[in-house]
Design a protein around this ligand. Structure first.
Ligand code: FE
Length: 344
């Protein structure tokens, strides 16, 4: 198959200035609505064979998708085969934005965040994505809701790159292994967890990139010794380290109230005050909070609370053991693969 020639963003701009080109966005409607090249016609690639008549001018037609290649090549080929002249944009809309050529008609510098809930364990899973490149990361998926999460990823036309766990959960089994099998995404968990099946063994300060965004790994031990928080684009995903007006229990899996106090004060409370906090659980119907609100309002660990008082509170919680701990922790040490009982 002949390799299609491409056109650079700079040349496309010149052609647009001279009115010598028709620009065709062949992405889906949501991608188009999130931002597009000014003046582009929108026809999703799947509909192009039937709807190409919409393009009336005889100009060169430049097709573009999110990152170039793939869909835009397919669209240009369809057009060329029916006698139109078409070239795909090199690097797609991503390269157009990267080069700051058109800043007038896009609002997608914001990250896409979906907060997903699993009701039996009151757990939150987070889907983070770049609206332009469609690259995505999933944080703390739950085994029971894997199919829902995968459906959302497919519906939104996202490419899942990473599945990260904030810690080895005691109350549910991670969906990591099942999702990895179905998507090819890489799994990541703290190096301190000693989980050999993870693709990435995460350490403090490590950076994980997807699209234009970077997740910074923060080691925040205390709830468990391998607990991590993930900071990304003005939001922090805290697992069970910092909860809304609360903090994760510290009475199993090498938990330490003293370490949890230090992690929250030295790592999380030093983030900008307006940082949004997305916890791993909430049992009261709340969804998120901010660093400044927790510093002021957290009854277990406000910034006024002394360490000794915090340790006293945590040591006297007297919570029942999580129902699934004996099943969940061994499974999570295997990235969520359930241990089969041997039948003799
Ligand atoms: Fe936990």
């Amino acid at each position: 198959m002949n390799q299609l020639k491409t056109i650079s963003a700079e040349i496309l701009l010149q052609l647009m200035i001279n009115n010598n080109v028709t620009v065709l966005d062949i992405r889906n409607l949501e991608e188009f609505q999130n931002g597009h090249i000014y003046g582009a016609i929108h026809i999703p690639v799947e509909e192009l064979s039937k709807k190409h008549d919409i393009i009336q001018s005889n100009n060169l037609i430049v097709t573009y998708c999110g990152k170039g290649g793939g869909r835009s090549d397919r669209a240009a080929t369809i057009l060329n085969e029916i006698g139109r002249t078409s070239l795909p944009l090199e690097g797609g809309y991503y390269s157009w934005i990267q080069k700051n050529i058109d800043l007038t008609n896009h609002q997608q510098n914001e990250i896409m965040i979906h907060q997903l809930f699993e009701k039996e364990s009151s757990s939150y899973t987070y889907l983070l994505a770049d609206k332009i490149t469609r690259e995505a990361v999933l944080i703390d998926p739950v085994l029971e809701t894997v199919d829902r999460d995968l459906r959302l990823i497919e519906d939104l036309n996202l490419e899942l790159l990473y599945i990260l766990d904030t810690h080895l959960h005691a109350d549910h089994i991670t969906g990591s292994s099942k999702i990895k099998k179905q998507t090819g995404a890489k799994s990541g968990v703290s190096k301190k967890a000693g989980v050999c099946c993870a693709d990435l063994e995460l350490i403090d300060g490590q950076e994980i990139k997807f699209g234009r965004f970077t997740i910074k790994v923060l080691e925040t031990p205390g709830h468990t010794s391998e607990s991590l928080s993930f900071f990304c684009a003005g939001s922090v995903f805290t697992g069970d380290t910092l909860l809304i007006r609360s903090a994760g229990r510290t009475d199993f899996q090498n938990g330490s109230s003293s370490e949890l106090f230090d992690s929250i004060h030295n790592k999380l409370y030093t983030l900008p005050d307006n940082t949004k906090v997305f916890p791993g659980h909430d049992y009261n119907g709340f969804t998120h909070t901010t660093i400044v609100d927790e510093k002021r309002l957290n009854s277990r660990i406000s910034n006024k609370k002394e360490k000794e008082d915090f340790i006293k509170i945590m040591d006297n919680l007297k919570l029942p053991k999580p129902k699934k701990i004996d099943e969940a922790v061994p499974a999570n040490l295997q990235c969520g693969k359930q241990i089969q009982k041997q039948s003799i």
